[in-house]
Design a protein around this ligand. Structure first.
Ligand code: DLL
Length: 432
């Protein structure tokens, strides 16, 4: 039982943890230098050689990597091993044109599964549990990551994937699922459906592991009350394997970062300067054990705070706060990454002026997504039916680009407020 709690690593004293990180970092920098010409060139441009990196204290000497580098190096430019050693890829959701593609060796998958297993164990999972995974399976990392973790813990694993709520509820009640893994918005939706159908008494859930998008403490309490469970946060990104980079423990005051695999830094997003512990800034990760996609100093764009305050659970790994926002303009709507530039591309392709506004809100714990678009002056005299038709076409084009549905409203020319400085393209009313 609980055989994936790894106290020798998870409660390791700080000095031993640092020694382990130093050793792994030196080895990883050498691996990247020898096998990733794209990053080697970045190091050369900065005048850094592998010998300059002897410990975590030298990390700041290395160049950053950001999403743009990943797009430039797409698809193979940041791969650290021959393709024949890779066993899988995953990819980010809904980005423009080139997606981010991450590669995995079998060893990478094993370590990733370990990280997810730790998250499950921290939420109370044992081999007695029935783990219901309603994150998407496929290119998205959510389903595969928690699936691997659940196997390691020895839970009976239900690889449900997302959607088909009726089937989710049927299995949940018939098989007696005890742990639910999905996005917080889907958890809230499932909770609503359970209430509507009056089947709360037939549900045996005790814990939920929810992540991949921002969610508030209010939302946590709402889900916990409706489902009678404890709801735990989990964090990760495709570029660093997927979920399980960090996870909540029983204290529920931040997520422990798996520091034996990832070194975390907080930087000033404008200057790149490394900030002291406790400062709010952009989270940067260096993966020190990944073989196939070994990213060094990857800028996540997530804004948060790190703390090493003693945790009552006994784990010593640093804790990150819930992400408080992003330092780029990416929105996460119903779990899908959306960039305003994608919407602009669709509008221009369809012959509209780039005068638009995106309005995102959260109603009954579910994201609403509306795009207001100024019509062309010549459309202004069109019949209502013609305008409705044009709106429908835009809805379809946006769905094809983003992978999620938006409500589209065509408005009269010059009705969207102009700004003297940067245009206000996004109104995000969600309270997070
Ligand atoms: O969302 C991986 C994941 C799957 C995490 C399942 C947790 C559970 P991406 O699609 O690459 O990967 O999106 C990564 O999602 O940079 C954050 O902005 C956001 N994000 C992930 N987890 C959380 C969380 C997965 N717990 C991006 N809270 C990240 C807030 C989160 N935002």
């Amino acid at each position: 039982m609980n055989n994936y709690y790894q106290p020798e690593i998870e409660t390791m004293p700080y000095d031993r943890l640092r020694a382990l990180q130093n050793e792994r970092l030196v080895k990883q920098v050498r691996h990247v230098w020898e096998n990733v010409p794209y990053y080697r060139q970045k190091m050369e441009e900065k005048g850094v050689a592998p010998e300059d990196i002897q410990s975590v204290d030298d990390l700041h000497k290395l160049p950053f990597l950001c999403k743009d580098d990943l797009r430039k190096a797409y698809p193979y430019g940041l791969k650290g091993v021959p393709l024949s050693d890779c066993v899988r890829i995953h990819s980010t959701s809904g980005t423009t044109g080139k997606r981010v593609v991450a590669f995995y060796t079998q060893h990478d998958i094993d370590l990733w599964d370990d990280c997810c297993a730790r998250a499950l164990v921290a939420a109370g999972a044992t081999s007695e549990d029935i783990c219901h995974i309603a994150y998407g399976f496929g290119l998205f990392t959510g389903g595969a990551g928690l699936n691997g973790g659940s196997h390691k813990v020895g839970c009976l694993t239900l690889p449900m994937s997302s959607g088909n709520t009726e089937r989710q509820l049927q299995f949940m009640t018939d098989l007696g699922s005890t742990i639910l893994c999905c996005t917080p918005s889907y958890a809230a939706y499932l909770a609503e459906s359970i209430h509507e159908q009056g089947i709360r008494e037939q549900i045996k859930l005790k814990a939920g592991i929810f992540g991949a998008e921002a969610w508030s403490e209010d939302m946590r309490h709402d889900i916990e009350n409706k489902l009678g469970i404890k709801a735990y946060d989990i964090y990760g990104l495709t570029e660093t394997s997927g979920p399980g980079v960090a996870f909540e423990c029983s204290e529920q005051t931040g997520m422990h970062i798996n520091e034996d695999h990832f070194i975390a830094e907080i930087i000033d997003p404008d200057t790149g300067e490394v900030l002291p512990e406790g400062s709010k800034g952009e989270l940067v990760f260096t993966a020190i054990t990944k073989e196939a996609f070994p990213l060094l100093r990857y800028r996540t764009r997530d804004i948060c705070v790190l703390t090493r305050k003693k945790c009552s659970c006994g784990r010593t790994h640093v804790k990150m706060s819930k992400p408080m926002g992003r330092s780029d303009d990416m929105l996460i709507i119903r779990g899908i990454n959306v960039f305003p530039s994608q919407i602009e591309t669709v509008l221009i392709q369809q012959g509209y002026p780039a005068n638009y506004q995106i309005i995102v809100d959260r109603v009954n714990n579910s994201d609403t997504f509306e795009v207001m678009v100024e019509m062309n002056p010549e459309m202004f005299s069109d019949s209502l039916a013609k305008i409705a038709d044009a709106e429908k076409k835009l809805v379809e084009a946006l769905k094809a680009m983003l992978g999620i549905a938006a409500k589209v409203k065509l408005v009269a020319p010059k009705t969207i407020a102009r700004s003297e400085g940067k245009a206000v393209r996004v109104i995000d009313k969600r309270k997070i």
